[in-house]
Design a protein around this ligand. Structure first.
Ligand code: NAD
Length: 323
């Protein structure tokens, strides 16, 4: 019997460089989607722990109903290497998950140019470095970009895809396709910015949370409670723009008109002077009305209320099981 070769280059194995928390988690998702993974870590002792950690995660994902992949079959598609050169061979995607050090990542990306196939997408999972810092000056920089995960990526599959100005559209599209095929939810970032979207938003909250603790307005416990059980709970159903759009009759434009001055005052107390100008509000309002025409507003408000109720019931049951 002849085995059919898969002609789609995007179905070739993926390489994971660095088998720590993020590397293993990425491997779990790629393996459970049916992809082969070549994982490299220079630390042989670390590498030894990878199969058991991968298996444990595949098993818990299956128990949770989040994958149908058989852990034994998935693990057969995992190969381990201490040499980068070997792990990069024959792949169509590399995700570098090594420690967050610029010089180390630059060295890895230089080496990848030599050993990974000429059409492979070369990505870094970096939280705080940009592709334009890691890959500047490399002859193969047009294939380099950031794929920033949310920890743990095999449970929260949203992925920020952040190309540099020099990244080709072809490499970006291929990264988006390959990650979507592996069950991820790629979100394309329009322009490089320190911290991208996730960490800039998280940073805004943390900056304010630290100030509130410093000023004696709230304890760390109180802040965690308000975010976990109120803001965060609502945001797990609708993002910040949809939330204010649904909170205010007349939608986001009406919210900005009524509440904009109060938020501006809070910002100014922290030395930030970024009023929500009519142009900014118009951009958000246009996007919201594309998503939700005004005549459907009432039914979406009811939908959110019902979704929050189901979530509240789940949280109550879950807390009961934990306790
Ligand atoms: N942990 C998070 O919450 C999180 C979230 C998003 C992105 N990231 C990013 O993912 C990357 C990895 O973070 P992590 O939390 O998995 O770190 P980690 O410390 O858990 O793992 C890093 C791994 O890299 C290995 N390593 C060391 N030198 C190496 C080299 N030269 N080549 C290949 N591997 C090498 C280490 O042995 C270790 O196993 C970082 O860039 C980090 O910013 C982390």
């Amino acid at each position: 019997m002849t085995v059919q070769q898969d002609a789609n280059p995007e179905h070739r194995p993926a390489a994971i460089i660095g088998g720590g928390s993020i590397g293993v988690s990425f491997a779990v998702s790629l393996l459970s989607s049916g992809r082969s993974v070549q994982l490299q870590d220079p630390d042989a002792a670390r590498l030894k722990q990878v199969p058991a950690e991968t298996r444990a995660r595949l098993e818990t994902l299956r128990e949770a109903g989040l994958t149908t992949a058989d852990p034994d079959a998935a693990l057969e598609r995992l190969s381990l290497f201490t040499d980068l050169e070997k792990a990069a061979k024959g792949v169509s995607l590399v995700i570098e998950c090594a420690p967050e050090k610029l010089a180390l990542k630059q060295q890895i990306f230089r080496t990848l140019g030599e050993y990974a196939p000429g059409d492979a997408v070369l990505a870094s999972a970096s939280s705080a470095l940009l592709a334009s810092e890691i890959a500047a000056g490399l002859p193969h920089r047009d294939r380099c970009l950031i794929l920033h995960p949310v920890n743990p990526p095999h449970v929260i599959p949203v992925l920020e895809v952040a190309p540099a100005e020099f990244t080709s559209a072809g490499a970006t599209d291929s990264a988006m396709r390959q990650m979507a095929a592996a069950g991820f939810q790629p979100v394309l970032i329009g322009k490089e910015a320190n911290g991208l979207v996730f960490n800039r938003l998280q940073g805004a909250i943390l900056r304010e949370a630290y100030c509130l603790v410093r000023d004696g307005v709230a304890t760390p416990e109180a802040i965690d409670e308000v975010v976990r059980d109120a803001l965060g709970m609502r945001w797990s159903v609708s993002g910040p723009f949809e939330t204010v759009d649904l909170n205010t009759r007349g939608g986001v434009a009406s919210h900005a008109e009524k509440m904009g001055p109060a938020y501006l005052k809070m910002g100014r107390e922290r030395g930030q002077d970024d009023p929500w100008t009519p142009d900014m509000v118009k951009t958000v309002e246009t996007a919201r009305r594309r998503q939700l025409p005004m005549e459907e507003w009432e039914s979406r408000v009811r939908w959110r209320e019902n979704a929050l109720m189901r979530l509240a019931a789940f949280r109550r049951r879950d807390a009961g099981e934990d306790g």
